[in-house]
Design a protein around this ligand. Sequence first.
Ligand code: NAP
Length: 492
Amino acid sequence: MTITVDREAGLLASVPTGLLINGQWQASASGKTLDVHDPATGKVLASIADGGSEDALAALDAASAAQAGWARTAPRVRGEILRKAFELVTERAEDFALLMTLEMGKPLGEARGEVAYGAEFLRWYSEEAVRDYGRYVTTPEGKNKILVQHKPVGPCLLITPWNFPLAMATRKVGPAVAAGCTMVLKPAKLTPLTAQLFAQVMQEAGLPDGVLNVVSGSSAAAISGPLLKDSRLRKISFTGSTAVGKQLMADATHNVLRTSMELGGNAPFIVFGDADLEAAVDGAMAAKMRNMGEACTAANRFLVHESVAGEFTAKLAERIGALTVGRGTEAGTDVGPMIEQKAREGIHALVTAAVADGATVLTGGDVVAGDGYFYQPTVLGNVPNDAAILGQEIFGPVAPVTTFKDEADAIRIANSTEYGLAAYVYTRDFSRLLRVSEQLEFGMVGFNAGVISNAAAPFGGVKHSGLGREGGSEGIAEYTTTQYIGIADPYA
Ligand code: NAP
């Protein structure tokens, strides 16, 4: 079904355009606004308040003032607000999906998938809110007692990227609300509308004023800078590029902040000679093409055993070559635009360099002429192991394929990156899976699975892919601090 212009306009008109500070939607202190564009057309979708340093500090004032009361709010109450928010997001799934497609470009079907995935963090943490256990034990000497309790870490700065505008917000807001933290959320300037609508839904769900504040703006550093210098802030949770994450980690030392860093990836997709090749190609389509390849978990390097490389690559090229590129709102679209012109140029530069290094273009390989930032779904064969495209995040619909000789070779190549987020392994041999997984320096491994993200699972990386985990029972621990109370012998 193709979405009508009226439906788009109606939805856009319903999205709050102000900054959310202490429960009030308001203009920025500067009075400036920020335009949000549709990457499929380049046209302006909406203008929202352009927040800056003064607004960020006002948001932290509100978060600080709300912190003590929110920490004392019953976990059940916090959980029920999250449960209500899950229901409201689910009821408005079509609105959230369309909004994401408009501001980010992903096909509507994928946007619907993100709504379901993103909403699940609200439901999952509504359940976790009442299950954050401490402990009470006798010391080994048998006299004194050890009481351990978890407390909310305090006001948090949450910074999210543009590629999953809803899920990256719910993945942070869900556990922070459950743990009893207050927040300043700073969405990416390219896709703030989804976060604005989500914040409104959190208000409707009953979240008290000041618990969640939202400051979007054209200068991320103007928002984060003063907050990181303010001792009332106690935590930063960031999802984005490794370069920015490293800078924020350095800045976070000033007030010795708790940090959670979900950074870049360079996922190997390893296909062993015994793999079910049809399943591997299905998995490759999901791991590579989901979100147009603009995902931190996107398969970035296809490492295929030399015995099956020809067959695998031909099947992959056939499937990828058959995909339909178009505006995400149009029926039948498989692959939407890249987020912006700069991103598309970067992808094309990597493809051009790989071809100059000897790679073969099996399908695609170029930009799509016309409006928007579209790039042809591409498969590159015979990519040399030292090609730049294998060493950095492509963040686009390009699948470079290279080969390996044996298991040790596959592990060595897979680990030869500073990143360590997701890896994928296709084999029919479970012992091999366990052996290889133990040696892979990655926070997550997909076993015969091309999509592994789940609200109930601990998502996160090692090495330059970050610190901390989002999702699962691990996710709430990122927002709590541990307090130990040593109790004298009650029999003395
Ligand atoms: P990015 O440029 O690092 O931006 C991410 C967020 O940081 C945005 O909100 C951005 O704001 C903000 N930001 C940029 N510079 C900043 C600064 N100096 N101080 C404070 N905040 C700053 O990354 P992106 O291009 O949006 O996202 C793509 C990256 O995110 C990829 O590397 C991808 O792998 C990674 N990612 C990781 C995960 C994960 O879970 N590991 C998930 C999704 C994405 P503005 O956009 O408003 O400038």
